[in-house]
Unconditional design. Sequence first.
Length: 608
Amino acid sequence: MIGKPTKIGEQLVRDQLITTEQLHEALAKQASGGGKLGVNLIDMGAITGTALVNALAKRLEVKGCVLRHGLIDPKVAKCVQKEEAERLKVLPMFRVFDELTVAMIDPQSLPTLDRLRDLTGKRIRPVLALESNIEEFQQKYLTKEVTVDSFMASIEETDVRIEDSDAYDEPGVTDLDQLVEGSPIINLVNLIVLTAMRDGASDIHIEPDRQATHIRYRIDGQLRELFRPPKGMHAQIVSRIKVIGKMDISEKRLPQEGRVHLIADGREVDLRVSSMPTVLGEKIVIRILDKSNLSFELEDLGLCGEDLQNVLKMLKTPYGLILVTGPTGSGKTTTLYSALELLNDQTKNIVTVEDPVEYQLPMITQIQVNDQVGLTFSRALRSILRQDPDIVMIGEMRDPDTARVAVQAALTGHLVLSTLHTNDCPGGVARLSDMGIEPYLISSSVIGIVAQRLPRKICRTCRTSYYPPRDLLDMVGWSHRANELFQRGEGCRECHMTGFRGRIGVYEVMPMDAELQRLIQSSAPESALRRHLNRIGWKNLRDKALEVIERGESTLEEVMRVTRSEAAEIAEVGPAVARITPTAEAESRAATGGSAEIEVREEIEVPA
């Protein structure tokens, strides 16, 4: 005769999760062959692991969890040694500030909780999990590295589903209950964003293809494909991103834009989402705006010495126009924000007009351009001038009307900062002229121009010495240094085998002097400006970039890549820079293939 059913068995029958016959069969199996009742029920197919965990959690009045990839941070999991974790039958999952969430077979065991506190120095949040589930993930997370491939392999075809849009009224996962109930697609999207944040990516590209979905991150200005989900997941990934971006999930024929404010790793981050229909499906690009990764100190950006002093002198001028030039992605906006932070105090009224507003700055009035309602740069700028501003920042001079209003503002007692898309400082003068600004207005309003680039820095972890190719040395006039050792990165896991990690600003600064003003007012060509700059010992972007090589911060190949446009523009300059000849771009070292490692510390919290 089978003994009296256990309390958990009674509860499962009472909740109609199993039948009395199934319970008796499991108890008989337990009596004859041993094993736990719950395991026997799962082996019989009478109940799922999730249902059993929920029932046990309800009985013990604790949180329950079924472990899976996406819920566990590999680095956090290893904060307890494998032998100790196996002895205690626990697995650390993730950490939020000083609270460590740990999967346990007995969340009410005080000795185990005390031991975990002693080992980790953290507050412990216990979560119930099945012993077999814990053992499975101990083997996966405590004995080897977790890769993106292993994460993708763990998602079955039947696990992928599209949630109803009504389910996302509160898209943020703020509680473990919601976190556990999330679908694999939700966890995958969270993983994509968190991995990008931890790798310092500025953009995420999610692109459809015939065979798969390509997930590429722009890290240090270069796109790198880190993993590739199956093609069948693309529509679900796009739908999830559209939902959290408050975009129309049903509209797939037109481009859309959305914005997400989220909290991850204790950091507030904004995501700008853009969707674009293609012949193979919608492509998503996500711009990550993480203010915590920025430094608004000019010195930290790479400005130093005489260049820094010249910029500070420009910013102290009460009125005039300061331009920052360079191609897209060269850090112009960050330089402007840094200047505003330096100028910001209680005595000044600072107003910006941007498209879009990338980072919100305290005590500064920031205006978002909206062409759909007619709020253009020029219209916003005209209104700003009636708001009694001291300093005005224009995100970009895109049209002659905006440029003309900005010049007039600079001439009427305002300090105006803006950006232009030109290659160098003398090119900024030519660009204003092309936009219809008269030479006498340019010479009277512009007080200085800054041009910049962002070469990648050598990875500190895999730094090594090498001899650069002879042709590169010849290009920059360093033929006599053929036997000298230079620095480069060999490639390691920290830099995704590229040899580079992080970027540094390279600047050329052209403050206006009397002779430059005279040349500009007389409509002198760019070559005349360059000859004057050469006579006074001015250094261009290529010269400043070569100084970065001398300091061992970047490589010759990288400097040639980011300053390639300058070489063709100095044919008429004097002998001091004649050593640089027109060349094609030197190719930088390509990133090797392979999957990158992933880590998930905690779920994303997206405020409603």
